[in-house]
Design a protein around this ligand. Structure first.
Ligand SMILES: [Zn+2]
Length: 192
């Protein structure tokens, strides 16, 4: 499953609204956001937001559970293909951490939400690594090592822990193996 752009994630139930907001890229009030309610198998009802700036073309996507839960930390021990195929709903306000691989995705001004599998999350980290490693100052050896680790994990040859820190209670990991822990406010946005 590629990153959520609508049709492939489930059944669209309704359009909830549309509004123009300030575009983070060009600053004009031309970013038109549309909210849709979807029913996603194994996940439930989600609100998908997608938009495009009429002025500069900047694209924005976000997703959140239609019914918010409490702030929480979700921990999934990934040990095989079933775990790699579990769906992850990451709202733009949430963090994803994979401690064994030293990977972190933190919320920020440019952060977007998505729905994908655990394997798809690794693919996003790999893409970010390629961008970071295309810089002339990148440490080639370290980049190669990190890439090999991520690819091993994607192929199910390396077990790891996926941690989703969700301060608004609008993200989820769809797996019966997930362990839920309370999220204290001091945990949110701590440096890594
Ligand atoms: Zn714009």
């Amino acid at each position: 499953m590629p990153g959520a752009s609508g049709a492939e994630i489930g059944e669209r139930l309704a359009k909830l609204g549309e509004m123009a907001v300030r575009c983070p890229s060009c600053g004009r009030e031309e970013l038109v956001l549309e909210d849709y309610l979807y029913d996603v198998p194994h996940v439930g009802r989600v609100i998908l937001t997608s938009g495009r700036c009429r002025h500069c073309g900047y694209k924005f996507n976000d997703i959140r559970l239609a019914e918010a839960r409490h702030p929480r930390r979700l921990v999934l021990r990934v040990e095989g293909p079933d775990d790699l195929n579990a769906l992850v709903v990451r709202a733009s306000s949430s963090s994803i951490l994979i401690p064994e691989l030293g990977l972190e995705m933190k919320p920020g001004p440019a952060s977007q939400g998505f729905i994908t599998t655990v394997e798809g999350v690794l693919a996003r980290f790999l893409e970010a690594l390629h961008v970071a490693c295309s810089s002339p100052d990148a440490d080639r050896e370290a980049c190669k090592r990190k890439e090999a680790e991520i690819v091993e994990a994607m192929r199910g040859r390396r077990s790891f822990t996926l941690v989703l820190e969700d301060p608004e209670g609008v993200s989820t990991v769809a797996s019966s193996k997930v362990v839920e822990e309370p999220l204290k406010t001091e945990d949110v946005g701590r440096g890594g």
